[in-house]
Design a protein around this ligand. Structure first.
Ligand SMILES: Cc1ncc(COP(=O)(O)O)c(C=O)c1O
Length: 421
């Protein structure tokens, strides 16, 4: 069966010929360490890494052993299990805001419940989010996620059909990194805002100095719950996530991807008095936030996450990850500069991409002003040379070897060489 055969079979049974996530023109057969292979046997260095979870590489032998051992004991119980409890303990040790943890199966669910939790705790309805911020697929999260029609802030624009206007009316949208705008919005609506949800580094855009601190201050002043979406940044930016790296502690955060070690597991973690709303015996029926899920705290995912986190705790892990990222950022910059292509390398060494513009990037509107055609051509040429990445991100992994880096840098040189204008 060739890749093309699979692509055609997929078209018959999957809308758009795919799972909705990624280019349906490639079918991945397997992965090992830093690499993946497609159904035709083509080999790629993997900078997609499952959209983030496979930070230590595919098929890590220690994770495989832990998973095999758990598989022989049972795959899911619905009831509490020791692995899930241990994982929650480790999250609470590692993550500054985490006093208690509630599991779900996907990052988007975690974000949906985090927003609902802010509403349950404060008794208010409005949620503030930033334009271009990605928080999964809930109705709230679909507001101004990737709008093509740019309206005046704080009006939300739904990015999906099927969402009633009443949801939009409870959302306040602000530009990322604009401290003055955030303050003015909070001055006007502060006593109606339940929570502010923010990716501490939005997609690839780092927070401006003082931006997260200003949000923290405003939330304290107005009794608003500050939610950091750390689905991507958790256990990647540092063991304690972006809140450790940037030194700002939210009230609640969401975690996913890495904590499930490649299996479906995500979590809401936060202050115990807020998390109490998941416990009817503490808050009574009025304050209770009903939440359950068949696979929540799945033991296979929990052991995979625990082993992944153990490996990340070993000395030098984060230094190595940052070293790899920095090397790639520098190489892209040097080659594009040499060829006279206006660009910005945006992000953190653990997660970044190139935007083809000579303008500084501070928010979503700056990113979409970049030359998308040039970016697509660059990514296509990288793919030709065996570099597998998402259209908007480079995710380095700990499995990268020095040879992988050297090969990637050669591919970057090739991609830049033939890049149009
Ligand atoms: C910042 C952020 N939040 C939430 C999510 C949603 O996670 P999931 O795809 O597991 O639902 C993602 C997914 O990439 C994400 O990047």
């Amino acid at each position: 069966m060739t890749q093309q055969d699979w692509i055609e079979r997929a078209r018959n049974v999957l809308p758009g010929g795919g799972f909705g996530n990624f280019d349906p023109g490639i079918i991945i057969r397997n992965g090992q360490g830093s690499r993946v292979w497609d159904e035709d046997g083509n080999e790629y260095i993997d900078y997609l890494i499952g959209s983030g979870p496979m930070l230590i590489g595919h098929g890590h032998p220690e994770v495989l052993d832990a998973v095999q051992e758990q598989l022989s004991k049972g795959m899911t119980f619905f009831a509490n299990n020791a692995a899930g409890i241990e994982l929650a303990e480790e999250i609470c040790r590692a993550v500054a805001c985490a006093e208690q943890v509630r599991y779900v199966s996907s990052g988007g669910e975690a974000d949906m419940y985090a927003m609902r939790l802010a509403r349950a705790f404060t008794g208010r309805n409005k949620i503030m989010k930033f334009e271009g911020g990605y928080h999964g697929m809930s109705a709230e999260a679909q507001m101004s996620l990737a709008p093509t029609k740019l309206t005046n802030f704080p009006m939300a624009v739904p990015d999906s059909a099927g969402i009633p206007a009443s949801v939009r009316d409870e959302m306040l949208i602000a530009p990322f990194n604009d401290i003055d705008f955030a303050r003015s919005l909070i001055a006007e609506y502060g006593d109606q805002i339940a929570g502010i949800i923010v990716e501490p580094l939005q997609r690839i855009i780092p927070p401006a100095p003082g931006f997260l601190e200003a949000l923290r201050e405003e939330c304290d002043a107005h009794g608003i719950i500050l939610i950091f979406d750390e689905i991507v940044t958790g256990f990647r930016f540092a063991y304690g996530g972006a809140q450790e790296l940037y030194g700002v502690t939210p009230d609640v955060c969401t975690l996913g991807k890495i904590i499930g070690g490649g299996f479906p597991l995500a979590a809401i973690a936060g202050r115990a008095d807020i998390m109490a709303h998941f416990d009817k015996s503490r808050v009574g029926p009025e304050g209770f936030l009903m939440q359950l899920g068949t696979l929540s705290g799945n033991p296979v995912a929990a052991v995979a996450g625990l082993k992944t986190m153990e490996i990340l705790r070993r000395p030098g892990s984060y230094e190595r990850l940052r070293h790899c990222g920095r090397k790639l950022m520098d190489a892209i910059h040097t080659h594009l500069d040499g060829a006279g292509h206006a660009h910005q390398i945006v992000g953190d060494p653990t997660l970044f991409d190139v935007v083809f513009t000579d303008q500084r990037i501070a928010n979503y509107r700056d990113v979409i002003k970049g030359d998308a055609e040039k970016a697509a051509a660059f990514n296509a040429r990288l793919r030709e040379r065996g570099i597998f990445k998402s259209p908007g991100k480079v995710y380095p992994s700990l499995a990268l070897t020095d040879d992988d880096l050297a090969e990637t840098i050669e591919a970057i040189a090739y991609a830049v060489q033939d890049l149009p204008g």
